[in-house]
Design a protein around this ligand. Structure first.
Ligand SMILES: CC(C)(COP(=O)(O)OP(=O)(O)OC[C@H]1O[C@@H](n2cnc3c(N)ncnc32)[C@H](O)[C@@H]1OP(=O)(O)O)[C@@H](O)C(=O)NCCC(=O)NCCS
Length: 157
């Protein structure tokens, strides 16, 4: 059985996701989102060569992010922490790792979309210097037959 909690003294580290990590990633994905990505979405991004990095401590998965390289820009497609590891300061560290990855891939801008109702994530992004620059109407599925706007945010690297 995999360990469920980090041992005292375990160092946190980032590591590239592999298909073998899919169950652990989906466990978090389904707990933190009302409209989670499917297993196929994660398999697709892995196959497409996007960066999918896991934040782990010992054998425990704390969170992950998915980032895609563009021309002089990078796009943060997903970032999540298991509920039990939220509000502990991991999010700014993960965002810093995303920024370093983007800079290393010649990005000048880092872009993301976030649900307009997800004010908590927006606050976390703003605290790292992201600014809201637009809105995509009805970008996300919401309740039954409903849609929700995306707030587009960007960070100058
Ligand atoms: C978005 C997400 C990754 C942010 O992670 P987070 O842990 O909530 O973010 P932070 O670490 O910055 O913590 C935020 C809160 O914890 C507090 N906090 C930060 N570091 C802390 C620490 N070391 N000790 C105690 N509290 C801390 C912050 O002050 C902040 O508190 P507030 O909400 O009362 O203002 C996380 O909320 C998440 O996984 N959400 C679900 C998925 C999601 O929405 N992803 C974004 C899609 S666009």
């Amino acid at each position: 059985m995999p360990k469920r909690t980090p041992e005292a003294g375990d160092q946190a580290y980032l590591v590239a996701m592999e298909l073998a990590d899919l169950d652990a990633v989906m466990d978090i994905e389904q707990r933190v989102y009302t409209h989670p990505w499917s297993r196929a979405s994660f398999s697709d991004v892995l196959e497409s060569g996007y960066a999918v990095q896991l934040l782990k401590a010992g054998d425990t998965l704390l969170g992950y992010f998915v980032v895609m390289q563009g021309v002089e820009e990078a796009h943060l497609l997903n970032i999540a922490l298991a509920p039990e590891y939220q509000r502990q300061g991991w999010a700014p560290l993960m965002l810093e790792a995303v920024e370093i990855w983007a800079l290393a891939h010649s990005a000048v801008w880092l872009w993301l979309e976030v649900r307009s109702s997800n004010t908590r994530a927006q606050a976390v992004y703003r605290a790292r210097g992201f600014e809201p620059v637009g809105r995509r109407t009805g970008y996300y599925a919401a309740g039954r037959c409903q849609r929700e706007d995306a707030v587009v945010m960007r960070l100058a690297l």
